[in-house]
Design a protein around this ligand. Sequence first.
Ligand code: HPA
Ligand code: ZN
Length: 323
Amino acid sequence: MTPKIELHLHLEGAAPPAFIRGLAAEKHIDISGIFDAQGHYSYTDFWHFLKVYEAATSVLTSPEDYARLTTAVLEESAASGVIYTEAFLSPDFCGGRDVAAWRDYLAAIREAAARVEAQGGPILRAIVTPIRHFGPDKAREAALCAAETAGEFVVGLGLAGDEKTGTPKDYAYSFDMAREAGLHLTCHAGEWGGPESVRDALHDLRVERIGHGVRAIEDLALVDELAEAGVVLECCPGSNVALGLYPDWRRHPIGKLYDRGVKVTVSTDDPPFFHTTMTREFDRLAEALDWDDGVFHTLNRTAAEAAFCDEGTRKRLIERLGS
Ligand code: HPA
Ligand code: ZN
């Protein structure tokens, strides 16, 4: 199986529905409304998806729950040949943005990940992710959690949630704090916002990578700016198609961005929500764009070079990808 590197995965969004149902049953929490008749997550659009996501996450109430989640998610990733994952973690969900509680959640997640890695599973690193629609004040608290725990495991700050809430500038304080703590930076943009949202994230937050960023294609001058600056896009085509941003895989702009010299990578975002896996992403792209192994090797190599990990880990990843 092709080894794969994934840079954009929301940990709770990767929770298998059966796992969430099991926890809900254990805790006598009724979240039956978020599933369809087949037991899959059910939502109508992106904004409803965010609500369903938060309802599913409400059953995860302890570090132990997150340890179990981490194991379940990494085992799924391993089945797709993933060798390295950067997962978005939110102090909002892990201890209510309290630094001491956050440390307990992190320790549990990290320990679970170390166990999976020791058994040959993927290496995990964390990107702390404030939730944009919770507002800039809560984002600062989340960013403080990130700054306090920056290191080998917590390697970045991101921004997820509703892209239509406020502007990137509203979150600049949080990103400045994270940069000063030595964290790498990324931000969701250019999915529900247009090309200007990508420009704003680049210029106002000085991020190295953009989550999605695909709507940059609507402004070719911006596409060229991304290519020239070497900004890496964390593309999640299956997510974009599932949420109706593009009608099908052929019309997804990842191929055009790649052809114009933008550094693109491929991730699943929230795999069970979007009925995808890393293997499925690679297979659909191969079909839709006629991409061969050489292109996928380039994507993986780009991802390894753009990973927020330490240089020793990066070197190991590049070795495992082969040439
Ligand atoms: N996009 C934005 N915010 C999110 C997502 C996503 O896919 N998943 C969880 N929060
Ligand atoms: Zn995302």
